[in-house]
Design a protein around this ligand. Structure first.
Ligand code: ADP
Ligand code: MG
Ligand code: ZN
Length: 388
């Protein structure tokens, strides 16, 4: 029984202002219900501003990094998607028609990319709502059902998160991703598991759901088309209560918001400035520097590491550089709890150090000790070794 799995992934965009009002988006740093106004709390008669241009640009850039075709020269309506839940005071969530379509990542087709608004945060146990999050722009990425196992989903999501991280357009703090996973088995109907907020959660939810559906089908029963929730604490999925699911969202274009029209020049300008996505960069490093896939994959694991590799690898032997980065630099960074982006060492200093190791003026172990010092206190490695 082969599984078919498709995902809808939501991430918060890193804009300073919300989508249709001027409220700030730093909702984690402020007391509940302080970053709010009549627009983002859905007061009757409130007049939303046109969608935040930076959010639109961010969605375009992310879509381009995913190889999508941006919809240009056409009216893209911002729709109202209706449902009733305490986190949604207006009774509808704003969600755009596709801004881009037909991309591909890791062998998975990307069906479309949208712009959406986050709802507030409801705590059902306490009955309290915090609207600080309400109106924060989200990107929604919808895949085709091209994945066939929980493992494949996990791999795809990790690759996708790396692309989003490279774009620098989504919030860096963990736990902002929300995924709806759709899964069907041959001979069964599709089940949607809503609102899972980690890669691990998605993996476990799919594992559970695969087993549940398999055992139903084996016993000659049917799999119902339904929406389920994943209970992280028990690692099971359960049917969602009916009132939590809108059977009919009654999509209509939001009459308060002028629709988007994206012109080709805007897309070209974003394309010319955008970051090279990691999966393509990895390919390029293999071709340009002649290093193995596995090494290239370590180099692109962080953008700043890849940047440094490209500078140093051009001067020193690239394979030697890549191996050194993988075995020594990564180790030192891990040990010190740092990321490559925290490094203050200049490419010239790094190059000099690697030349010294390569000429065997330093053993690799000595080189690593020097590197540790350099990370703490960037300076000329030759001067440093004279002192050591
Ligand atoms: P809806 O209109 O209910 O949102 P869509 O057709 O837009 O449904 O698909 C939503 C998600 O469900 C997509 O990610 C898609 O890949 C996935 N999906 C569609 N058909 C199947 C299927 N037969 N099995 C698993 N996932 C599916
Ligand atoms: Mg959908
Ligand atoms: Zn507001």
């Amino acid at each position: 029984m082969k599984a078919k799995i498709g995902l809808e992934i939501h991430e918060q965009l890193m804009t300073r202002r919300k989508l249709c009002c001027d409220c700030p988006t730093n909702y984690r740093d402020v007391p509940p219900n302080t970053n709010i106004c009549p627009v983002c709390t859905g007061m009757p008669g409130a007049k939303p501003a046109p969608p935040n241009e930076r959010a639109v640009d961010a969605v375009i850039e992310i879509a381009l990094m995913l190889g999508c075709k941006v919809v240009t020269g056409e009216t893209i309506y911002i729709q109202r998607k209706h449902y009733d839940y305490p986190d949604l005071p207006s009774g509808y969530q704003r969600t755009s028609l596709p801004i881009a379509v037909n991309g591909e990542l890791d062998g998975v087709r990307i069906r479309e990319v949208h712009l959406e608004e986050d709802p507030g945060k409801y705590d059902p146990a306490l009955g309290i709502v915090d609207y600080n999050r309400s109106g924060i722009p989200l990107v929604e990425i919808v895949t085709e059902p091209d994945m066939h196992s929980a493992e494949a989903v996990r791999k795809f999501l990790r690759t996708l998160m790396k692309v989003l991280e490279y774009s620098e357009k989504v919030r860096p703090e963990p736990g902002t991703m929300r995924v709806d996973a759709n899964i069907s088995l041959e001979g069964g109907r599709r089940v949607e598991i809503k609102n899972i907020n980690s890669v691990k959660g998605v993996y476990r939810a799919i594992k559970f759901e695969e087993l549940r559906q398999k055992s139903l089908l084996r016993r000659g029963k049917t799999v119902k088309r339904e929406t389920r929730a994943f209970l992280e604490s028990q690692m099971i999925t359960v049917p969602m209560r009916m009132k939590e699911i809108a059977e009919d969202y009654r999509h209509i274009p939001d009459p308060d918001i002028f629709p988007l029209v994206i012109d080709r020049k805007r897309v070209e300008s974003i394309k010319s400035k955008m970051h090279e996505p990691p999966h393509l960069r990895q390919k390029r490093l293999v071709e340009e520097f002649g290093i193995e896939q596995s090494l290239a994959s370590v180099m692109v694991s962080e953008r700043k590491l890849a940047d440094l590799f490209e500078r140093v690898g051009r001067k020193v032997d690239p394979r030697f550089t890549a191996l050194w980065f993988k075995d020594r630099l990564k180790k030192v960074l891990n040990y010190m709890g740092l990321r490559a982006s925290d490094l203050k060492v200049s490419p010239e200093q790094m190059e000099k150090l690697l030349q010294m190791v390569k000429r065997k003026e330093l053993t690799p172990e000595q080189g690593e000790l020097v590197l540790r010092e350099l990370v703490k206190n960037p300076m000329d490695p030759e001067k440093l070794t004279r002192r050591m």
